[in-house]
Write a protein that binds this ligand. Structure first.
Ligand code: B12
Ligand code: SF4
Ligand code: SF4
Length: 351
């Protein structure tokens, strides 16, 4: 395939709103298998049993779809327009991570990937008479997106394990277009973390056993989004007022001085989700929860897990006025909510 087609494809990706796009081969990340296996062997995935399923695909994109010859990795900028850590000082408010303050990125990115993919198929079919195949992925498929993105040159896996870019800092999602076309590849990005350890030292729950390694079982993002049932009481104080995800290790990265604010309005923080009152959130029933988070990624975790998180934040608030709110939920029908409520009441009685 020609360099001209590749250049036109990258232009098209940018015209659709992606911040950057680069290309690698599906077999460009042979190191992933051993790293993934070590991660799983140590149990770092916690309750995310799906990570141990289909390991052969997650470890090897070439096995996922043997006919694929190229992977186009795309970066979707969601850079915040505000200081994402400011809300951590407002203890009667909940902190929702930047990526979840408005629309679900899965929907936005997938539509965009499909549009770019459709353009590629139509263009090549018109030019050559042959129709290439494509598959698009964002987040949920067994694809090692970060390793592929580094191989394609979009950035490097920083010590916090996410991809960092010299142009975008830490605030971008990844999407992938696999294709049967053999497109010219880009050069792999190298590590620019140097001696920095800012992300490792800021982590409130000490979730990094070593640089470049995350024990998800201690990560607040995992605990508030993925973990079902009661959270280990020893980890609850570290959660602070974070009620959905966590941005601390991303926010402190010095490469964010090059970050840009997201152009996509669907990622602009909803004013009511910038610093929502814990007392209001704790009182949500199923219907009110679904209405508040319609179109948001938060909807996926359901009212019970969300209110459980809000109660941990109330327990950590040091605000005695919130004790009555927790008291009202001590007999909740959901046992993890009731447990969190009792924990919050007890913790606030010592303040
Ligand atoms: C599972 C998952 C999680 C889990 C586990 C995270 C993790 N680090 O594994 C949890 C729920 C904790 C999570 C949290 C978050 N996630 Co997440 N998550 C994923 C998912 C679905 C799979 C990641 C995976 O395969 N992990 C398994 C391990 C084995 O792989 P790894 O992370 O690459 O880590 C390995 C390397 O560090 C490597 N390694 C070891 N030694 C060395 C040495 C060197 C030098 C190098 C380079 C590597 C290396 O081995 C590790 C295993 O130990 C991806 C989407 C996807 N399909 O890829 C999104 C994804 C990684 N998440 C994403 C985001 C945005 C987040 C959050 C920021 C959300 C938030 N604000 O709360 C946090 C960040 C937390 C963090 N510091 O990682 C984005 C990241 C975008 C980017 N720029 O990188 C992704 C790519 C989704 C997307 N499509 O945009 N996530
Ligand atoms: S997201 Fe938060 S809890 Fe998870 S590793 Fe980063 S700083 Fe630690
Ligand atoms: S904070 Fe420092 S160590 Fe962590 S990813 Fe950014 S540059 Fe690398």
């Amino acid at each position: 395939m020609t360099a001209a087609l590749k250049a036109a494809l990258l232009d098209r990706a940018q015209a659709e709103g992606f911040a950057a796009a680069r290309i690698c081969r599906p077999d460009a990340v042979p190191e992933v298998r051993a790293r993934l296996q070590a991660f799983l062997d140590k149990g770092y995935h916690g309750q995310m049993a799906w990570m141990a399923d289909r390991v052969d695909w997650r470890a090897d994109p070439a096995a996922l779809w043997p006919a694929a010859q190229s992977v186009v990795m795309l970066a979707e900028n969601y850079g915040p327009r505000h200081d994402p850590l400011a809300v951590l000082r407002q203890r009667d408010r909940g902190a929702i991570s930047v990526y979840a303050q408005n629309r679900d990125y899965h929907d936005v990115v997938k539509k965009r990937l499909k549009r770019v993919g459709r353009w590629l198929v139509e263009t090549v079919t018109q030019e050559t008479g042959e129709t290439p195949a494509i598959k698009v992925f964002v987040d949920t498929a067994p694809v090692p997106e970060k390793a592929l993105a580094q191989a394609a040159g979009l950035g490097w896996q920083g010590k916090h394990t996410n991809l960092v870019s010299r142009d975008l800092g830490s605030w971008f999602f990844l999407g992938a277009i696999f294709t049967t076309l053999a497109l010219p590849v880009d050069v792999q990005e190298t590590d620019h973390c140097g001696s920095c350890r800012a992300c490792l030292t800021v982590c409130p729950t000490d979730a990094f056993p070593a640089p470049y390694q995350l024990d998800a079982r201690r990560c607040i993002s995992y605990l508030t989004i993925e973990h079902k049932g009661p959270v280990d009481p020893a980890l609850r104080p570290g959660i602070g007022n974070r009620i959905y995800g966590c941005d601390d290790c991303l926010a402190v990265c010095p490469w964010n001085k090059f970050a840009q604010e997201a152009a996509e309005v669907k990622y602009y923080a909803r004013p009511d989700l910038l610093a929502p009152k814990l007392a209001d959130l704790a009182r949500l029933d199923d219907a009110a929860f679904r209405a508040l988070f319609s179109g948001s990624p938060i909807k996926r975790i359901g009212r019970d897990r969300f209110v459980r998180n809000v109660l941990y934040a109330i327990g950590n608030s040091g605000d005695r006025r919130l004790q009555a709110v927790a008291q009202d939920l001590c007999e909740d029908k959901d046992s993890a909510v009731a447990d969190a409520a009792r924990w919050a009441v007890q913790r606030l009685s010592y303040t």
